[in-house]
Design a binder for this molecule. Structure first.
Ligand SMILES: NC(=O)c1ccc[n+]([C@@H]2O[C@H](COP(=O)([O-])OP(=O)(O)OC[C@H]3O[C@@H](n4cnc5c(N)ncnc54)[C@H](OP(=O)(O)O)[C@@H]3O)[C@@H](O)[C@H]2O)c1
Length: 473
């Protein structure tokens, strides 16, 4: 029988409590939450107490853990707060519960922001399996994998919420019940995949935290990525978010779909490259077929060549299951073959990242508008490749009000799209930001453009097809 203390009594740890009780191998000694009085938590507590047949013990602050009677075998933390690192520090320093009391967490934000405290090889007291890809045993596999192999790159879908949203939007493009971004975001909140508003998921940060943790294991990077190369499906910055029409262009003209891809790649001459971006992915590739809230990871390495894993990346049940597996585990997340020297930066900047791009914009339906844009791109030394124009009666030809509302001008505004040949992200953003939004051609509205890079596949020297990030030489 293992004894556990629980920190944070939200979606995940309520399920941890249920599974712990059902297992008969775990006893819950105490629960610490910052607001146990909330109605939803009181109701969950009542149900768990009814099934347990006795009361759960809630404590108010970490100082209540001082008594020897509060000592447990494992602390199970799922708060989502970066500051929850204070509990690990308190356990190690003040309580002096060193390696003998495990600290199991699902909190990727905390781990990514304090990598050294989780990967210091002197400590064997942390387990982080559930922090990346929920139920997939990815941390353990990767840690063991690199003991005898060298990881060259990783590509994946690490955020289940946005994958669900993109999948729903795409499935509905030709159906009579169009699913817009706002509709699928609401649905993912109702299903418990996302917080209201989707913060953390839709801006790419959640996927970035996970890729950062994986990169620490695979490449020995003790670094945060550049914010230029972490973008979600709605980044609230200068450019538009994803819209249903983007899937129409991607599917009809480019045999592709759009996925929020996390990709990292080692380099023999520079730091590893790091990118989280909504990308055009060829429909013929395995990544394009990851559906709903599933997660996927593909790992390229020297000897195993290519290994991949797909499954339930999020949700209380798989995540709690992974945490309870950690409760019984014996091995730390850091591998036996720690790098001699940590790499302190990623090679990721908007000048270095190089790709073909699809650009979608909105304009008045007037002759000359495309020539105006293309001349500007030419002056910025960017080559236009293909131009896509939907026919007058085609789905997606007009903006619907639910999708993008231009008020009184709605009827006059059309979406349009084109691709450009390889150019850097920096150059592309500059060209779009300096385009003269002449009122003859463009409505007065912010964020008229969205753009997507292509996820490229290339054969390596052995003929193995790999997804790669291309860099400006
Ligand atoms: N949901 C998933 O599918 C999933 C999957 C994998 C990993 N995770 C990770 O698991 C963690 C928890 O997720 P969740 O969905 O369970 O979140 P949640 O429902 O918001 O639960 C978090 C709980 O912790 C409490 N809390 C926040 N900060 C605290 C602090 N400093 N001290 C004590 N209690 C604190 C919160 O109180 P308030 O109610 O006052 O905020 C809430 O009760 C996150 O790190 C998340 O990234 C989640």
């Amino acid at each position: 029988m293992k004894t556990i203390g629980i920190i944070g009594f939200g979606n995940i740890n309520q399920e941890v409590a249920r599974q712990a009780i059902a297992s008969d191998k775990i006893e819950i000694k105490w629960i610490l939450d910052r607001s146990p009085g909330k109605k939803v938590k009181k109701e969950a507590r009542q149900k768990i107490e009814d099934s347990l047949g006795k009361k759960l013990r809630f404590i108010k602050s970490k100082s209540s853990l001082r008594s020897e009677a509060d000592k447990v075998d494992v602390i199970v933390e799922a708060t989502g707060a970066i500051e929850a690192i204070e509990y690990l520090r308190y356990k190690r320093d003040k309580l002096k519960w060193g390696n003998e009391v495990l600290f199991v967490t699902a909190n990727k934000a905390m781990v990514a922001n304090h990598l050294s405290e989780f990967f210091d090889s002197d400590n064997n007291d942390v387990r982080i399996e559930a922090a990346v890809a929920g139920g997939l045993p990815l941390i353990r596999s990767l840690s063991e994998h690199i003991a005898s192999d060298k990881v060259q790159g990783m590509v994946g879908i690490l955020n289940g919420t946005t994958n669900f949203m993109l999948d729903e939007m795409e499935k509905s493009i030709y159906s009579s019940k169009k699913q817009t971004y706002d509709m699928v975001l609401d649905e993912s909140v109702q299903r418990g995949y996302a917080e209201p508003g989707g913060a953390g998921d839709v801006d790419g940060q959640d996927a970035a935290y996970k890729l950062q943790i994986l990169s620490r294991i695979a490449f020995g990077t003790d670094a945060s990525p550049s914010s230029d190369l972490v973008r979600g499906i709605d980044d609230n910055k200068k450019f538009d978010r994803i819209r249903s029409v983007d899937f129409i262009y991607a599917s009809k003209y480019l045999e592709s779909t759009i996925k929020l891809v996390a990709i990292a790649q080692s380099s023999s001459t520079a730091e590893p490259f790091f990118l989280v971006y909504p990308m055009l992915v060829a429909k013929s590739s395995n990544i394009a077929n990851i559906e709903g809230p599933d997660n996927y990871i593909g790992i390229y390495s020297k000897y195993l060549v290519y290994t991949d894993m797909q499954g339930k990346g999020a949700g209380p049940e798989p995540t709690a299951c992974a945490m309870l597996a950690d409760v019984f585990s014996h091995k730390n997340c850091n591998s036996d073959s720690e790098p001699e020297q940590l790499i302190t930066a990623f090679r990721s900047s908007e000048e270095v990242y190089f790709s073909r791009w699809m650009i979608r914009g909105s304009c008045y339906d007037r002759p000359g508008v495309l020539a105006h844009i293309f001349q500007h791109f030419e002056s910025k030394e960017i080559n236009i490749d293909e131009v896509f124009q939907l026919k007058t009666d085609e789905v997606g030809r007009k903006w619907s009000k639910e999708e993008l509302d231009f008020g009184k001008e709605q009827e006059k505004i059309l979406p349009f799209a084109f691709t450009v040949t390889k150019t850097s992200l920096g150059k592309l953003q500059k060209a779009l930001s300096t385009l003269q939004l002449n009122k003859k051609f463009f409505p007065k509205k912010d964020k008229l453009f969205a753009f997507y890079p292509f996820l490229e596949r290339k054969s390596d020297d052995n003929g193995v097809q790999k997804f790669v990030i291309e860099e400006q030489k």
